[in-house]
Design a protein around this ligand. Structure first.
Ligand code: SF4
Length: 227
């Protein structure tokens, strides 16, 4: 686990990146990628014994929350780093997912499976380098509960996880929320698809984040629990 000094150092590092971003001196993508790289290094010692592997994508049908900087980074990655073919497929799936879920309440949305727009037909993540912290935190030491909850989203079966890996990932995510809070930008979390789609289509969303307003007004699934 990170000790208080290490947590504070991470908060300061994220804060520096977000400050640059808010001032318009750097875009979201390099800031968020550097954050994920530090997170990955810290999590690496705790990844033994996991059942997760490339091509396994049960959890890529679950409901995912992202922070606004993560949504901006995913939008930028989709715009600038994907092939035209992948970008078109991702944007079409985003629009389709928004259509499928638009009449649902937040609770109903959380309790159904929807294929993530970034999930390729071969079961890999098309935005793997910038997959959100929620995806990085999610892991399993046994695939069976993943299969059960995939086939029955109302199942309350718990996914078996490594507590040390979860704690490390959550320490980084809390540092990112703390940095946003200190900077007085919008530190809410949003449903992934709606947030990324609006980040790509609403030029005002970055300014709204910077001003501490709701970054993505079209996304009804905005949550202030920050966990
Ligand atoms: S962003 Fe990538 S890892 Fe996360 S749910 Fe979507 S496809 Fe899966």
């Amino acid at each position: 686990m990170l000790n208080p000094t290490e947590i504070n150092r991470e908060v300061q590092q994220v804060l520096r990146g977000f400050t640059q971003m808010a001032a318009g001196r750097v875009s979201s993508l390099p800031v968020v990628i550097q954050f994920y790289q530090r997170m990955e290094v810290a999590m690496a010692p705790y990844t033994g014994g996991l059942a997760c592997n490339s091509g396994c994508s049960y959890c890529c049908h679950y409901h995912v929350y992202v922070t606004a900087p993560e949504a901006f980074a995913l939008a930028e990655y989709t715009r600038t780093r994907m092939s035209e073919l992948d970008r078109k497929a991702v944007v079409a799936r985003m629009a389709g997912n928004i259509e499928i879920t638009k009449e649902l309440t937040v609770a109903e949305h959380i309790n159904i499976n929807v294929r993530c727009a970034f999930l390729s037909d071969s079961g890999t993540c098309l935005a793997y380098e910038v997959r959100p912290g929620a995806c990085r935190r999610h892991h399993a030491v046994d695939v069976a509960p993943c299969q059960v909850t995939f086939h029955d989203p109302s199942s309350t079966m718990q996914i078996s996880k490594r507590a040390d890996l979860t704690s490390m990932a959550e320490a980084f995510m809390r540092a990112a929320y703390a940095a946003q809070h200190q900077l007085k930008v919008d530190d809410a979390r949003y449903e992934l698809t709606g947030a990324v789609y609006e980040a790509m289509t609403n030029k005002a969303s970055l300014k709204r984040w910077r001003d501490g307003k709701n970054s993505f007004p079209s996304v009804k699934d905005r949550d202030l629990r920050r966990s």
